[in-house]
Unconditional design. Structure first.
Length: 81
């Protein structure tokens, strides 16, 4: 588990929310790319690679960190039900 913790990125380092950027939507830090775009791509027929190709300002590590955080939240919520 220590290796896993060492290899993870703090979500606060990869996303931000500021009223003057994209009307306060959650975006990938340092970009104007809404996090919701990632989920929109994956909900459709696009892959993570497609998203990264279309939004080169977002690193693979940042995108994976967001997906891992969503996964952790989903399974944490499911285990408390």
């Amino acid at each position: 588990m220590a290796d896993r913790e060492r290899n993870t990125i703090d979500l606060q380092e990869v996303v931000s929310r500021e009223p003057e950027i994209h009307s306060g939507d959650l975006v990938f830090a340092g970009t104007r790319v809404p996090v919701q775009n990632l989920f929109g791509y994956l909900k459709g027929t696009s892959s993570l690679n497609d998203f990264l190709d279309d939004f080169p300002s977002v690193s693979r590590e940042a995108a994976v960190a967001v997906l891992e955080a969503a996964k952790a939240r989903l399974f944490a919520d499911a285990s408390t039900s």
